[in-house]
Each structure stands twice: as structure tokens, then as C-alpha cells.
Design a protein around this ligand. Structure first.
Ligand code: TXA
Ligand code: MG
Length: 335
């Protein structure tokens, strides 16, 4: 273990910067498996890693980054075989992976029905962005962790991406348990994100792999669809709209068959079924349950889903943003 000399200005919390050797990588992998956050180097930028199959760990990412809304996260895997266990890679996706992985290309594909990745990590979408990074530390960490790692760029939302361990420590030091210091990132620019869905393939984010390089492998890319969530974030919810109507700021039931998504210790009586996002009022816990509980309550036996007020602070801002979009989406679908 090697701590960096931060001089008179050390990072505040119980965070350690590790020189990446086998023992520290194994330690970092154990932290990930326990649900902690670990920042790790990739060839593009540093990632803020969490066990992608653990809702609560993923919620910590959104809290640490203070993302204004739940943007879907890139899911890191060691190789094509690991990717195929999570997503349905069609012919084009497979050819891209074979040509550019490990490397700076994230491929958005449909989730497999049995995909264990947290619905919060994919922002409730039925797709997921998969990437096998080309960095020996990231590779060793992924293999030691033995599970997919959700990893957005390790910066506070809206700030510059982190390309050194010191950047990460400065921005997120209070929120991560460990940083693996792999030195400066070779590319320093985020991966290219390309969607490969059954009907079409299109560019979501330009990055280190050019469209020309992509076209050389799978032919010209298609135009982005009108409801491309990346270009029009307001459309994101069209992909995630509960079938049932959603009623926000609810304090008592409306009709006999309403389900309740509760928050906090006092739950009003008279609902058909109640799931509590966090009885103790913990917004990180609430965020981690949000998508899973909405899925569970979205059943034909109920007339609708009522949602108790969630405080508009911390992760509550993101939770309310998603709930407002969800309520709007279900209204539009019923019209
Ligand atoms: O180079 C990189 O890609 C870095 C390193 C750490 O791997 N990660 C990164 O993650 O830049 P992030 O979260 O900062 O950016 C992920 C991008 C976002 O623009 C997000 O909207 C998009 O990928 N994305 C993720 N999943 C998606 C999905 N299912 N559909 C559409 N876009 C998706
Ligand atoms: Mg980013």
C-alpha cells in the first residue's frame, strides 16, 4: 500500500490511494464485492466503480457524483464472453467488440432477460452500455471482483473528467473507499458510445474510436432515431414508463386498489400494497430501491401507484426528477 504525499492538504475521509499490485487490487475487489466505491484507472479516464449488480452500491455512485438525474452507467466487463452473459450482442455488436475490445468503445445492446445488472445502473432502460477497458489494472480488478462493474467517469457531475488519481482524490476523495493509482490515463477522453439495437446502429457519443473506424467494420452507421435518449434526455422516460398511472405527493389512497410507494416511518393506511423505499428516510437506500420497487408495484391487480413525498435534497432531487418523468410518461401513454 502506498499513500500519496498530499502535503498539508490531505483528503478528508477513510480513503486510501493504492499502488496497483496484486494484493491491493484484490483488496479493492473485496471492497467492491462488499458494496463500496473504488476508483480505478482505464485507458480513457478514471472510473468510479461499484458492483453493478448491487442497487445500493450503484446508488452511492449517483450520490457521490451528485448527478442531476439518473443517467445510465457504463457496465465494465473483462471481455466479450462476460459481456454476452449480460447483453444480447447481435452480429454487428459482436464484430465491434472483437475488433475494438479491450478498448475505448462502449456498446449499447438489449439487456438479457436474466441480466443481473441493477436497474438503477441502467436508469430503468432495457438496454445497457458494455465496455471491456484496455488497462491492465482495470482488467485485473474486473477479474478479481468476478462481477460487472458500473463505472462512470470519476468526477463530480459537470466537472472535468479525472485522468489522474489526484484528480479523483480532489473531486471525490470523501466518497470513495479506495483509489487504484495507475498513473495518468493513456487516452484521457471518454470512450465512444455506439448503440447496436436490432433495428439500427448509431453513434451516441463521439470518443476515442472514430465513426470511420466503426464504419470500416460494420458499414455506415444509421441516423439517430428521433427519440434518442442521449440527444434528448427528456425522452428517456418513454423507455421507462410504468403501465399504471403514477400519482405523486400522495398522502391518502384514492380508490380501493391503489399501491403505495412509501418513504419514511409514517405510512398512511388503506393501500392495497405498500413498499417502503426507506423506512428510516435514507435517500441513498431509497434511490437503490426506486426502479426495483416500481417494477414490483406495476401489476394489473392495482389501479395505480401512489408515491409519498420525497424530500428535494441530496439524491431526493434525482429521485423526484425520475418520478416526475415517470408520472408524465404514464399520463402520455394513457391518452
Ligand atoms: O471512457 C469511458 O466511457 C468512462 C470510463 C470510466 O469507462 N466512463 C464514462 O462513463 O464516461 P459516463 O457515465 O461518464 O458516461 C456514460 C455515457 C453517458 O453519456 C450515458 O448516457 C451513456 O454512456 N449510456 C450508458 N448506458 C446507456 C444506455 N443504456 N443507453 C444509452 N446511453 C447510455
Ligand atoms: Mg462522465
Amino acid at each position: 500500500m502506498a499513500s500519496h504525499p498530499f502535503g498539508a492538504n490531505p483528503p478528508a475521509a477513510a480513503m486510501t490511494i493504492y499502488a496497483p499490485i496484486q494484493s491491493t487490487i484484490e483488496k479493492a475487489a473485496a471492497l467492491l464485492r462488499e458494496g463500496d466505491l473504488v476508483a480505478f484507472p482505464t485507458e480513457t479516464v478514471y472510473g468510479l466503480g461499484a458492483d453493478a449488480t448491487n442497487d445500493r452500491a450503484v446508488a452511492k455512485i449517483f450520490a457521490a457524483k451528485a448527478r442531476p438525474q439518473f443517467n445510465p452507467l457504463i457496465i465494465h466487463v473483462p471481455d466479450l464472453a462476460a459481456a454476452q452473459a449480460l447483453g444480447a450482442l447481435d452480429e454487428r455488436a459482436r464484430r465491434l467488440a472483437e475488433r475494438f475490445w479491450p478498448g475505448p468503445l462502449s456498446i449499447v445492446v438489449p439487456r438479457r432477460p436474466d441480466c443481473p445488472v441493477s436497474r438503477l445502473a441502467t436508469a430503468g432502460l432495457d438496454t445497457l452500455a458494455l465496455r471491456a477497458p484496455d488497462h491492465h489494472v482495470a482488467q485485473a480488478l474486473l477479474r478479481a471482483a468476478g462481477r460487472p462493474i458500473a463505472g462512470p467517469s470519476a468526477n463530480v457531475s459537470g466537472r472535468l473528467s479525472a485522468t489522474t488519481a489526484a484528480h479523483v482524490a480532489k473531486d471525490l476523495g470523501r466518497h470513495v473507499n479506495a483509489i487504484l493509482d495507475g498513473g495518468p490515463c493513456r487516452i484521457g477522453l471518454e470512450s465512444t458510445v455506439v448503440a447496436c439495437l436490432p433495428a439500427r446502429a448509431w453513434l451516441l457519443r463521439p470518443g476515442a474510436v472514430t465513426t470511420e473506424q466503426i464504419s470500416a467494420v460494420i458499414g455506415p452507421l444509421d441516423a439517430a432515431p428521433a427519440n434518442d435518449p442521449e440527444r434528448s434526455p427528456g425522452q428517456l422516460l418513454a423507455h421507462y414508463a410504468p403501465t399504471l398511472p403514477l400519482r405523486l405527493q400522495a398522502s391518502s389512497p384514492k380508490g380501493a386498489q391503489e399501491a403505495l410507494l412509501a418513504f419514511g416511518e409514517r405510512t398512511p393506511p388503506g393501500f392495497s400494497k405498500v413498499l417502503n423505499l426507506s423506512p428510516t428516510g435514507d435517500l441513498v437506500e431509497a434511490a437503490s430501491h426506486l426502479f426495483a420497487f416500481l417494477h414490483e408495484l406495476d401489476q394489473p391487480e392495482f389501479s395505480g401507484i401512489a408515491v409519498m413525498p420525497i424530500p428535494e435534497r441530496g439524491l431526493g432531487v434525482a429521485i423526484n426528477d425520475r418520478l416526475r418523468r415517470a408520472a408524465h410518461g404514464s399520463t402520455m401513454i394513457r391518452q
